[in-house]
Design a protein around this ligand. Structure first.
Ligand code: ADP
Length: 474
């Protein structure tokens, strides 16, 4: 079985969020299960600057509307896996991956239709049995493979976040060079626009999403972003497989970024040192107060509409909060203003900083994640590994991974009761109550640190799916 895993971001080469983590670790886990797997992603500026990759495997000319664009496929080996990179500097040699200054690049349709064409051509010219696509940036490859190349292999498409579908205006359709017949409601057309993810959903052999609960939620109007009907249509080929965590990257026993290493036995002492460190970084005043960490893209999905209001109120509650995030200008600016107002209690760092993310996971007592919707969410699983108790809105993967400590003896975190400012405040108050009971706190910390959210089990489920698809083909 030879598999090509295609993604628009792959850790450690490029990253804006969880997709990169998954694309960096799932292929490794599949390799350990014996799968002959390769990864392909764009050759962004950040990749060129950090890694010395120059081996050229193939060169194509790719039609894009009336133009022709050059494409080089480069390769390197990392952790025993071949990673391919699609090089076209006009499209990818930029400061951002998809956005700059909080604004999407104007030519994202061209950039990712081009990427999808490159993947399809590469797959067609090399003998893969399975191509595993991820999100809208690669979804159109399925349409090219099935409708243009009549490719006989099997296609899996994983939806990491249905909130992003690659919707562009109809005038971008010619960039695909596909027949206008394909611009129909059972493929690429979506309320008069071009929808790349929809095309991929209809043409792939299996659709997966990143948690069992989210696989159900996306069939409803509330979580379906207008595609719930389409997903209902393909429910027979829709699966929910929970993401895992790369414990080589995220473990307090072995983390080069944190002040003191610790494990289940030394968690109380270790976390104290890491908390002191974090308090200093953020210039906060009182180490005795419970410390809540937030690492998040600053977008509405992550609950910022209720968080902003709740933060104002929570300053009276004798707690500290540290935030690391970047995203929409409105949330960035509001947070900066709040920080000035609540200096010493609220710490805000606007930007992207992997080392600081590790130090927050280790130093915080609680991790706040009141997402409006959450396909899987990695941060709550990472937090648990660090003994940092998650406070979550139980949707999607947060529902699948966090059990309420007030509802079960085996509880692993705190679930807020309603998605609202009041619900969030109540959740934080419950966390505060727990903080005042050091024995219980220590017991829960030790319990959550022992949980296993590694990729092992999830990779096995993907492997079973690949096998099933290939056996259907024979
Ligand atoms: P999403 O993919 O929706 O952003 P996830 O919880 O699945 O959310 O994954 C987020 C990943 O991105 C985690 O590894 C998290 O630590 C990281 N991350 C998000 N924002 C930042 C940031 N500003 N700085 C460093 N890491 C970040």
């Amino acid at each position: 079985m030879k598999v090509l895993f295609a993604s628009s971001e792959v850790f450690p080469f490029s990253k804006t969020g969880g997709l990169a983590d998954v694309s960096g670790s799932l292929p490794l886990a599949l390799k350990e299960h014996g799968v002959d797997i390769y990864v392909i992603s764009p050759f962004y500026k950040c990749v060129q600057e950090k890694f010395n990759i120059s081996k050229i495997e193939q060169t194509f000319q790719i039609p894009l509307g009336t133009n022709t664009e050059s494409c080089k496929i480069l390769s390197t080996i990392h952790k025993n896996i071949t990673f391919y990179f699609v090089k076209n500097d006009k499209f990818y040699y930029r400061d951002g991956l998809y956005t700059e200054g909080g604004k999407d690049y104007d030519d994202n349709a061209s950039r990712f239709i081009f990427f999808s064409k490159a993947i399809a051509q590469f797959v067609n010219e090399n003998n893969f049995n399975i191509v595993h696509l991820n999100d809208w940036q690669t979804a159109l490859s399925a349409v090219f493979l099935k409708k243009v190349y009549n490719w006989q292999g099997k296609i899996v498409l994983t939806i990491h976040n249905l909130g992003y579908q690659g919707i562009f205006w109809v005038y971008d359709m010619p960039l695909t060079n596909l027949d206008w017949e394909l611009f129909n409601p059972k493929l690429l057309e979506f309320y008069g626009n071009l929808n790349l993810l929809k095309g991929g959903i209809y043409t792939s052999d299996a659709i997966t999403t990143v948690s069992p609960k989210y696989a159900k939620e996306i069939l409803t109007e509330e979580f379906g972003f207008g595609l719930h009907g389409v997903l209902k249509d393909v429910e027979h080929k829709l699966y929910g497989i929970l993401n895992g965590i790369d414990y080589e990257e995220w473990s307090p026993e072995n983390d080069m970024f944190i002040k003191e290493l610790y494990d289940e036995k030394t968690v109380t002492k270790g976390k104290k040192v890491c908390k002191e460190d974090l308090i200093k970084i953020y210039n906060l005043q009182d180490i005795k107060k419970p410390l809540f960490g937030i690492i998040s893209r600053l977008v509405e999905q992550k609950g910022w509409d209720i968080l902003i209001e709740a933060i104002e109120y929570l300053q009276k509650e004798d707690i500290n909060i540290v935030v690391l995030g970047s995203g929409e200008a409105y949330f960035e600016n509001t947070l900066k203003e709040l920080q000035k107002k609540f200096e010493g209690m609220l710490g805000v760092y606007i930007g992207y900083d992997n080392a600081l993310a590790h130090r927050i996971e280790a130093g915080a007592d609680f991790f706040l994640m009141p997402s409006k919707y959450e396909p899987c969410g990695l941060n709550q699983m990472i937090s648990m590994r660090y003994g940092t108790i998650p406070v979550v809105n139980p949707v999607g993967g947060l529902f699948d991974t966090v059990i309420d400590i007030y509802e079960s003896k085996e509880g692993t975190g705190i679930r807020i009761k309603t998605y609202s400012v009041e619900g969030l405040i109540e959740g934080v108050k419950k966390a505060k109550e727990l903080y005042q009971d050091p024995l219980k706190l220590a017991r829960i910390r030790r319990r959550i640190m022992k949980l296993d959210f590694s990729w092992k089990a999830s990779a096995k489920k993907y492997l079973e799916l690949y096998k099933r698809l290939l056996s259907d083909a024979t």
